[in-house]
Design a protein around this ligand. Structure first.
Ligand code: FUB
Length: 306
């Protein structure tokens, strides 16, 4: 299915700006976008899927994936996983929250937070599904063992330039990270608290630019939620807090990923402009440019709205 963003194409022709309108997916509600560029040259976005009626993230029971090769025309790659395919998941389904995806040695690993019990908030696990393709044929491969089930949301997997994979997760006030074994499903050693973050709440994302490691995350101030970041000279910190780089999106949550594609840097995030519910749990994914200062610090993002 091709989602043709005609208005964006007009913008492209008139202004020369190679960019979508925001939100750039309007066929279903989407949130928590994790963006990656894979070897086929396309940029893939792995979001969670908000479902009407908005009741507080409980109905979220499936995931779609989107891809592009020009940042204007987006392809809905279809549904890649739903709760009924996760044997260890809670029998009522739902609560499939912010995912991430990684690629190693010919396999794509899809990480998703999901509870295993009716009492959902005490039974979070980080599930893993695998496929040989980036957006289809994923099958459940279990979950990561040995994590803290009370705050086990928002997985992020970062693969360093030497090929070592790092796993991060956390919700509430603690963000933890550590190495993944080559099988990408087991933690290698122990996870450690990410030190130096100020006002951490959730939505960890790690990337590297010019030898600097960046950890971005959301704080917790209701509709004033912002994305903050810290930098380090290593993937596990200690982190130096650097401030806010994405202001409020007028939504009860904030969640983003930063990625380079075809020589430009982008921030993917969500707002609730499309649903305008006033609650922030019918969200839609957006994208804007990220700009860096000479010293590597990030300029405040200008949010494009329709
Ligand atoms: O989408 C469900 C949850 O809302 C995510 O896991 C959090 O990061 C917040 O965006």
């Amino acid at each position: 299915k091709i989602i043709a963003c005609q208005l964006a194409l007009c913008t492209l022709l008139i202004s020369g700006s190679c960019f979508s309108q925001n939100p750039f997916i309007t066929s279903i509600y989407t949130a928590d976008p994790s963006a990656h560029v894979w070897a086929d040259g396309r940029l893939y976005v792995y979001p969670s899927h908000d479902i009407d009626p908005a009741r507080g993230c409980d109905l979220m029971d499936r995931y779609h994936v989107y891809s592009t090769d020009d940042m204007v025309t987006w392809r809905d790659e279809g549904e890649i996983l739903n709760a009924s395919q996760v044997a260890w998941g809670r029998k009522e389904g739902g609560f499939m929250w912010a995912p991430d995806c990684a690629y190693k040695n010919g396999t794509y690993y899809y990480y998703f937070p999901h509870p295993s019990d009716t009492k959902w908030n005490n039974s979070w696990k980080i599930g893993v599904a695998t496929s040989k393709k980036p957006a289809s044929d994923f099958t459940s491969a279990g979950y990561i063992k040995g994590l803290d089930s009370s705050s086990m949301i928002d997985p992020c997997v970062f693969i360093d330039t030497d090929g070592q994979a790092y796993f991060y997760y956390g919700g509430g006030s603690k963000c933890s990270g550590g190495k993944l074994k080559d099988n990408m499903i087991e933690i290698d050693g122990t996870l450690q608290k990410m030190e130096g973050l100020v006002d951490f709440h959730e939505a960890t994302w790690v990337f590297k630019r010019n030898g600097i490691y960046y950890l971005t995350y959301a704080d917790n101030h209701g509709r004033e939620n912002q994305l903050r970041y810290a930098t380090s000279n290593g993937p596990l910190g200690p982190w130096k807090y650097q401030g806010v780089f994405l202001g409020s999106t007028d939504c009860d949550t904030n969640h983003g990923s930063v990625v380079e594609y075809k020589g430009k840097w982008y921030i993917f995030y969500h707002n609730q402009q499309l649903s305008n519910t006033g609650q922030g749990n019918l969200r839609s994914i957006c994208v804007d440019y990220v700009q860096f200062n000479e010293d590597g610090t990030i300029k405040l993002v200008e949010q494009t709205k329709t």
